[in-house]
Design a protein around this ligand. Sequence first.
Ligand code: HEC
Length: 358
Amino acid sequence: MKRPNTIRLAGLLAAAALLTAAPARAQQDTAVPAAVDALARAVAAELLMKCPLANASDAAAFETCRAGLYGGGALRSHLPSFLLWGRQSGNVHATLRQTNLTQFAPDVWTHLYAPLFMFNGNYKVEWVPQEKQFVVRLEAAFRNRLSPGQFPYPFWHEESKWQTYQNANGWLLWVNPKTARIQAVQFTNRAETPMLQAVVPVEHKFDGQWLWTDAGGRTQPAVTLFDGLYRADNPYLRPLDRQYRDLALQMREAQCSSCHVPNNPDKSSRLVLLSTPAHAAGEIDRVIKAVRDDKMPMDEFRNSYALSDEDKKWLLQSAEAFRDTVRAAKDWEAQAARKAPPTALRPVALEKRVEVSQ
Ligand code: HEC
């Protein structure tokens, strides 16, 4: 049997030094290619630097992590054009293909999902013959005590999903051996490594809404309206909200929202989410193409059918208006960033953790 290539990174390292530090102990006797090993090491170091363990309710730590991951870096640069993400299957024998996962544009995932986790820098690389892929197992914990508007949708719409998120203790990065790119990421509450910190569970009630308006009149979840990502004075934020609502009405008319929502009524194994502005923004080019080509919608037998000319026209019109505003908002941000670069990442205070090399 092949021995796993295990690397333990000792804690209590200045983050910058960590990037260049030699692993505490790397076993060289496995067939992990240098590119895969380098990816694993760079991603683990980056996650420790930008998203270290913190209190699960620490909104500032979440924002720092989010800003850090969104700006590029090792994780973002190794993602494919559409990433698969989801829970490890409850069935221990399920292959990746047999596991329901959700497809994400890489920016949507790095903006909304990845920063909900915290890391200690420990990882392990293994070859999984059944998948013909490498898996990088990262120790991780979940920020379960953030406010509801900081989650991309109410994960608690399904009790078991929320439990898995809350008690997550690891991530699995599936890496294609040929391209050395990440193809899928899973989170799990069944990693062999211990929980990184005690979890104080939170109970939420789901009221059936993927988007809602809070007492202050703001659309929630705020993160799905680019809160904390785009500047508050981005003039396109309000139009984005309004145009998404127009698009959502058309998508409801066209039945799209009977399948492309987080509770996955159609039981798609590769779900596409269109239920918030940020999710739809990541998919908008594919939406326009699928509707133009009469690939979508589908009926309950998954046969594509064409919308009436009228419905198709309205849907495409609102989709194109939304796409144009998404682009304008991004361009405005890029220009604003050139004028006033964002303040440098705050140095993270790493807790003193002593770890034993295995
Ligand atoms: C009956 C369920 C159902 C309905 C209704 C439906 N879809 Fe889909 N859609 C799917 C499934 C399943 C897939 C993924 C797999 C596939 O391509 O077969 C998909 C894939 C997609 C994709 C990704 C396509 C790609 O390029 O890979 C987009 C975008 C999409 N749908 C948009 C829409 C829009 C817009 C509507 C409404 C006009 C709609 N869908 C209606 C089930 C549905």
